[in-house]
Ligand binder design. Structure first.
Ligand SMILES: [Zn+2]
Length: 106
């Protein structure tokens, strides 16, 4: 079982929110033309959704034992940008060795 088993579900929902909000920020002007809204409104909404989602995701990814942020750890320390796979499969905290097995089932 992965260390972040329960969190992984949340992460997937997060990605679903992050992608369209990032698109709003980067393609706000093009989208604004299509939906008849001001570009800055779309970009602002996109930016807010993006950062709130990122914050929630980052908060939820902490090691239950030592509070190391595993999301940022994974992004910074997995070679080849394979941090998504790492988060999915990690069973031990890389800092304190905490394992999900000692926590019991959720
Ligand atoms: Zn830890």
């Amino acid at each position: 079982m992965s260390l972040l088993e329960g969190y992984w579900r949340k992460l997937k929902i997060g990605f679903v929110l992050l992608i369209p909000s990032a698109l709003l920020v980067f393609f706000g002007e093009q989208i604004a033309g299509a939906v008849n809204l001001d570009a800055w409104i779309l970009q602002l909404v996109g930016a807010v959704v993006f950062f709130v989602t990122l914050l929630v995701l980052a908060k939820g990814a902490k090691c239950p034992s030592c509070r190391t942020n595993l999301l940022f750890y994974a992004i910074g320390n997995t070679p080849g940008g394979n941090w998504v796979e790492w988060l999915k499969t990690a069973e031990n905290c890389p800092k304190c060795g905490f394992t999900s097995h000692t926590e019991g089932r959720k």
